[in-house]
Design a protein around this ligand. Structure first.
Ligand code: EPU
Length: 423
């Protein structure tokens, strides 16, 4: 890819900070951009994506598209992708291992080329993450899979629309099915589909490419297959998890900030919970205006598919509850293993007890800075947030995880007055 994307792995140093003041602008949503990039495989020609975040995951997805034969250039958050008539429909181990989201190339490759070879995604810090729903749904559309030497070999003599009922509203399975069904013969209905804003963004992009999708953003999505698609130009929706990260930072140290580009309509449940905790959040001309003028109150949180509280917000909530007034119980319903970062928060003084898929968080008036490690993107962001409320210095290693999902978390927080830098 031309124009390198910034990826920083020096430890992040955070000192007790606040209150925060000023404004920041959120970048485009990682979890939308990656899927839009995969969707480009569905048609030959030149695509342009605007508001693409300059993050490591975008770089890796670009490398995957390039491995298949596409050419990709990135410049000032604009990604240009040129997809040739013929591609090598393969996602190799080295790239899938780095980024599980690579699995979303399966649907588009099958739809356009009738075959795909994709490395089996391994486990990660969230525990075991199967792809059975992706495969079962694609099988129902007419794909056949075999697995050998760590690769899923997929083929079809032609996908045919049908009703697919998902066992759980999986984001990735919904996306793979959407991208397969757009070129299938006849009509596909995805029942119990994921409703995340990133799904609607993908459907909007596919429709601009000539697809016929209705119902995205609701539980039943209907796709009428078309013979072929064409390139399109699209602007990625803003990243609601990045916006939530600034809100969480504000929650632990107080102040008043504007978060430009943030969309309140994508964050209803989050805003409701933060209001309950004592923050004040309202729409502004360019995004959201938020203030926090006292120690937050604890609340109970339970993660659920959209429009429930996103699992990606959860580490941020645990960080906020660590310094809130009272006790909060956080229940994880999406990824069973997603509590590893709690041990790191405990290292900086948080009082967190894990019981199965619940965390009981007793808020303390202050935390105490220590060396900690980021195990994934959101865990890293939660450590940054907690570090802002910890006396002394918090040193976060393996900070490359943060560059996977945040364009400039450190710079943006510093611009709000936080005492944070790379070492
Ligand atoms: N699941 C299955 N079988 C499947 C698919 C999913 O059992 O075939 C299970 C998963 O193990 C999990 C649950 O269903 O327990 C939900 O998984 P989902 O498929 O919805 O998640 P995903 O598509 O793998 C995306 C985001 C995650 C985000 C989740 C939930 C991307 C690249 N990733 O993952 O974001 O946490 O949806 O909202 O879009 C992140 O950005 O840091 C991140 C991890």
């Amino acid at each position: 890819m031309k124009n390198e994307i910034f990826s920083e792995n020096n430890p992040i140093l955070v000192q007790k900070s606040g209150p925060l003041h000023g404004s920041v602008t959120v970048a485009g949503a990682k979890n939308s951009a990656l899927k839009l990039m995969a969707a480009c495989l569905l048609a030959p020609g030149k695509f342009t994506l605007h508001n693409v975040p300059a993050i490591a995951d975008v770089k890796w997805m670009s490398e995957l598209l390039e491995h298949m034969g596409a050419s990709v250039t990135f410049n000032e958050n604009q990604l240009k992708i040129e997809v040739p008539e013929s591609l090598t429909p393969e996602a190799p181990y080295e790239l899938v291992e780095r980024m599980r989201a690579s699995i979303v190339v399966l649907g588009p490759l099958l739809a356009r080329f009738g075959q795909a070879r994709v490395s089996v995604p391994g486990g990660d810090d969230f525990g075991h993450r199967p792809i059975d729903m992706h495969l079962r749904g694609l099988e129902e559309l007419g794909a056949r899979f075999t697995t050998s030497h760590g690769y899923i070999e997929a083929e079809t003599s032609g996908l045919t629309g049908t009703r697919v009922l998902l066992e759980f509203p999986s984001v990735g399975a919904t996306e793979n099915l959407l991208m397969a069904a757009v070129l299938a013969e006849g009509t596909t209905v995805i029942d119990n589909a994921a409703r995340e804003p990133e799904i609607s963004d993908l459907a909007d992009f596919l429709n601009q490419m000539g697809a016929e999708i209705s119902g995205a953003g609701r539980s039943v999505i209907t796709i009428t297959g078309v013979k072929k698609l064409h390139p399109a130009e699209h602007t990625v929706i803003p990243d609601r998890i990045e916006a939530a990260t600034y809100l969480a930072a504000l929650g632990v140290v107080g102040g008043e900030i504007e978060i430009k580009q943030a969309r309140a309509d994508h964050m209803d449940m989050l805003i409701r919970k933060l209001n309950e905790m004592g923050m004040s959040i309202s729409p502004s001309v360019e995004g959201l205006q938020a203030s926090a003028d006292k120690r937050l109150d604890s609340v109970d949180i339970s993660t659920l598919p959209y429009p429930g509280v996103a699992t990606d917000y959860k580490p941020l909530f645990v960080a906020m509850l660590s310094v809130a007034e009272g006790v909060g119980i956080v229940t994880e319903n999406i990824f069973s293993g997603r509590f590893r970062y709690a041990d790191e928060l405990v290292r900086i003084g948080a009082d967190i007890r894990i019981e199965g898929h619940h965390a009981v968080v007793r808020g303390l008036p202050a935390l105490s800075g220590a060396p900690v490690r980021a195990h994934d993107i959101r865990a890293g962001a939660a450590l940054v947030v907690a570090g802002l409320a910890a006396e002394g210095e918090t040193r976060i290693s393996d900070a490359y995880h943060i560059s996977r999902g945040y364009q400039d978390l450190v710079g943006n927080l510093r611009s709000l007055g936080a005492n944070i830098s790379y070492s």
